[in-house]
Every structure is written in structure tokens, then in C-alpha cells.
Write a protein that binds this ligand. Structure first.
Ligand code: SF4
Ligand code: SF4
Length: 440
């Protein structure tokens, strides 16, 4: 049974749908004590996980049961925001007599950070720079475990759930074929309600600005926040690297708010973004020792989009620190911090409502229920690497007819990655080294 489900999930091309893209069969092939569903979705305005928990609770519980059995876990836990009453009721019904626990989170950011979820569910801190497996845990996103349940029935991953929010006529969540374009999902939401829109792919905090509306939805697309191009959040995210460093050097007053509210610092890890900022100002790139104080950054953006009163970019400087080390060809061990939570960790949680206000997104703060509408793209574009590992290799030829669900690109035996399947019936219209297209 164990090997069978691992093999089915591998063949179905299931990967971490929350943005990580790590092949799920690898997690299912490990031995853990606790298997966790991360339903503590915390990116402002994105609600597709909440909607999947509400509407696909039985699938989710089934997927978690399979994961628990495959890994020999003694606990299966669904982490969910306590405010999602309908989703909780649906999961409690689905989980009755299934030996599945629910673990309730307050509505703070970043509740969905894997380190935060593992700490709350298991009471243990993941070692600095480590992974949940090191404390006997595995974590998957909601949609990933729904896909595990489908994979057990031989259904491959060809669809993606996502939220389209922000400056659109009808904010909503949708399930669309992989390879549908951003422009097509925007049309599903009634189109942009501003004249010059851009989108934050992946969310307001951790997402990046995209202006190419022909970009395809992939297995890791979580959602889009559409905003006018001149929105302050867009302007901040599109500053040049040179400007970020120049401003960081000149304006940081070392108030240390960025560190005092940093969720990783509050968990007890040795990360102090204000010291990274200080070093950027004084030592520049000559002295790399300081950079270790930024290595444990989870890139949540809280320091620069919420904490810093000067609108500076400590997160960017932590990322720069990581790159600096990488450029020197070394991967230093992160520093070990307190190893226990800061006494004010709970008191310093940042409520999502307050964060939405700070980001200037209040006017877009509306529900995004799952819609029955879906896209019917005339053509889909499938990047061959939508996952961690090697790129999938096409197993079809240009001009070949394929059916929805048919394998179109595979991973060589023994290599890390995930195969790709046709999301629609059609003809292979183009194959390039990193992408293939299917047209109806
Ligand atoms: S919060 Fe801003 S001004 Fe204060 S130390 Fe951090 S980067 Fe500097
Ligand atoms: S982005 Fe900022 S707040 Fe978030 S973990 Fe990194 S340093 Fe801390």
C-alpha cells in the first residue's frame, strides 16, 4: 500500500501547490510522526484554500489519511484559521471517526509559514535552515492533499485552484486548466476595474509584480492580486536593486522594529534584519560575516511592508546577503538562536486585518468564493519545470493529438521532478526546450 500510493502520486505529477513545487511523492516516501495539512492561508485577499477546505473536505481528509498511512504517522493534523467556521464544520464532518485532528490558528501573518505551523502543531522548532522532517513532521498545502486523493484514483494534476482578487469586477476563486493565461483568468473575474492593471502573482506579501498577461497558470500559482500600476505596493515592489541598496544605506535609523516584529526572530532564531541593514550601511559587501544574520529569512516581507517606519527594504537586504554567500560558493551554517520563542511572540503577532490596512488594500478586502465558472482556453502553455528538480522531458511529438490527462512530459527514472499531463484535448502545437503548447 505504501509503495503503491507513492508511485500513484509520482505518476500523477503531484507537487506542493502552495508555491513550493516540491514533488509530493518524496514526502510520502518518508517516515514521520506527524503529517500536517497547512490550511493556515495567510496572504491577504487569497482564499482558495479556505474554499477548498469548505467544498472539498472529504477529498482533503482522504488525502491526509493516505499520507498518514504512507508515512506511518501517528498524527494527522489539519491547521486552519479559527475564523473559517464553515470550512471547519465541513472538515469536522468529513474527519469524524478518521483520527484526524484540527489545529486552530488566529488570523495573523504569517500563520502559514511552515516553521510557524510546525511549531504550533508539534511544539518543536525546526533546526535553523532545516526542514520539518528533522522534527518528525511533513507539511503539505490543502490543494496538494486534494490532489493526493485524486491521484489514488488515477487522476493526474491538470487543474489549478486560485484566487483572483483586487481591482477586478468580481473577485472570486476558480479552478482552471493548467496553462490558462493570466489574461483568461482575469476575464473570468469580470476583467480589471482599473485602466492600467498589473498583477501580484502569489499574493500581496510574497508575490511578485507581473505585467505579461499571457503568462500561464502553473501547478504552483496560488492567485493574483490585480492592482493599478501606480498603487504604492506595486511601486515598492518594482524599485530597482540599485535604489533599494542606496535607500537602505542612507535612511535606516536602526530603530530595530524590523527585527522586533520579525516572525523568525520571535520564534527564537538568530535573524536580525536591522543588523543586516546596519552592515549594508557601514560594511557594504566587503565583510560577509554580518550576512549570516539574514540567512534564516523566510521572505515573508513583514519587515519591509509592515514594520519599517521608513519604507526601507530589510527583506531585500537579507536576500542580498544570501546571494552574497552563494556568489562566494559557500553555504554557511545559519547561526543558532535562542532555540525557544521570544516571550512576546504572541503579543507581537500581526493581525491580517491590520496588515491589509497598512498595505492599502482595504477597498479590495472582500470574500472570493469558489466560482463554478472555469476557463476554456483555446491553447495552453506548459512550462516543463513547474516543480523542484529537473525539467520534465516531452514524450510527445509536435502535431500529435493528445487527450486531457494524457502524459506529455516525464521525469527520467531516479531523478527528482514531476511529470506533466495534458490539461485539455488537443494537438501539440509547439515544443521548445523549456515549454510545450497544446491547441484545441
Ligand atoms: S525598521 Fe527600518 S529604519 Fe528601523 S532598523 Fe529596520 S530597516 Fe532600519
Ligand atoms: S522578510 Fe523580514 S520579517 Fe520576514 S523573515 Fe525575513 S527578515 Fe524577518
Amino acid at each position: 500500500m505504501h509503495q503503491q500510493i507513492v508511485s500513484l502520486v509520482r505518476r500523477a505529477g503531484v507537487v506542493g501547490a502552495g508555491g513550493a513545487g516540491f514533488p509530493t511523492h518524496v514526502k510520502l516516501g518518508s517516515r514521520v510522526q506527524t503529517y500536517i495539512v497547512n490550511g493556515a492561508e495567510c496572504e491577504p485577499l487569497l482564499y482558495k484554500d479556505k474554499e477548498l477546505m469548505r467544498l472539498c473536505a472529504e477529498r482533503l481528509v482522504h488525502g491526509l489519511r493516505l499520507a498518514v498511512e504512507a508515512t506511518g504517522a501517528s498524527r494527522g493534523v489539519i491547521a486552519v484559521k479559527a475564523k473559517y467556521h464553515e470550512a471547519i464544520e465541513a472538515m469536522q464532518r468529513a474527519a469524524a471517526n478518521q483520527r484526524i485532528e484540527l489545529c486552530f490558528f488566529d488570523n495573523f501573518y504569517p500563520a502559514g509559514d511552515e516553521y510557524v505551523v510546525v511549531q504550533k502543531v508539534t511544539g518543536r522548532l525546526i533546526p535553523p535552515g532545516g526542514i520539518p522532517l528533522q522534527v518528525g513532521a511533513a507539511v503539505n498545502n490543502v490543494e496538494t492533499l486534494v490532489n493526493v486523493s485524486l491521484a489514488a484514483e488515477g487522476v493526474p494534476v491538470t487543474l489549478k485552484a486560485l484566487t483572483v482578487a483586487g481591482a477586478v469586477a468580481e473577485p472570486a476563486s476558480f479552478v482552471v486548466p493548467l496553462g490558462t493565461t493570466l489574461g483568461e483568468v482575469l476575464a473570468l473575474a469580470g476583467g480589471a476595474s482599473v485602466p492600467d492593471p498589473v498583477a501580484l502573482e502569489g499574493g500581496a506579501m510574497m508575490g511578485r509584480v507581473v505585467t505579461d498577461f499571457s503568462r500561464p497558470v502553473t501547478k504552483t500559482t496560488g492567485g493574483y492580486i490585480v492592482l493599478p500600476r501606480d498603487h504604492a505596493l506595486v511601486r515598492r515592489k518594482t524599485r530597482s536593486d540599485e535604489a533599494k541598496v542606496r535607500i537602505a544605506r542612507s535612511a535606516c535609523d536602526q530603530c530595530s522594529f524590523c527585527t522586533e516584529l520579525c516572525p523568525r526572530f520571535l520564534m527564537g532564531y538568530a535573524i536580525e534584519p536591522h543588523k543586516v541593514m546596519r552592515a549594508v550601511g557601514f560594511a557594504g559587501d566587503k565583510e560577509a560575516g554580518w550576512a549570516r544574520l539574514g540567512l534564516l529569512c523566510c521572505e515573508c516581507s513583514l519587515c519591509e511592508l509592515y514594520s519599517c517606519p521608513e519604507d526601507l527594504t530589510p527583506r531585500e537586504m537579507c536576500l542580498r546577503a544570501k546571494k552574497l554567500w552563494a556568489a562566494r560558493g559557500v553555504k554557511p551554517e545559519p547561526l543558532v538562536g535562542l532555540g525557544r520563542a521570544h516571550p512576546l511572540q504572541e503579543a507581537r503577532r500581526v493581525p491580517v486585518d491590520r496588515l491589509i490596512h497598512r498595505l492599502g488594500l482595504n477597498r479590495y478586502d472582500v470574500a472570493a468564493p469558489l466560482s463554478e465558472r472555469t476557463a476554456q482556453p483555446a491553447q495552453v502553455q506548459l512550462p516543463l519545470r513547474q516543480h523542484v528538480g529537473v525539467a520534465a522531458r516531452p514524450v510527445v511529438a509536435s502535431g500529435q493529438q493528445v487527450r486531457a490527462g494524457q502524459l506529455v512530459a516525464d521525469i527520467p527514472e531516479g531523478q527528482l521532478g514531476a511529470p506533466l499531463h495534458a490539461p485539455i484535448d488537443g494537438q501539440i502545437s509547439r515544443i521548445e526546450p523549456d515549454c510545450l503548447w497544446i491547441a484545441r
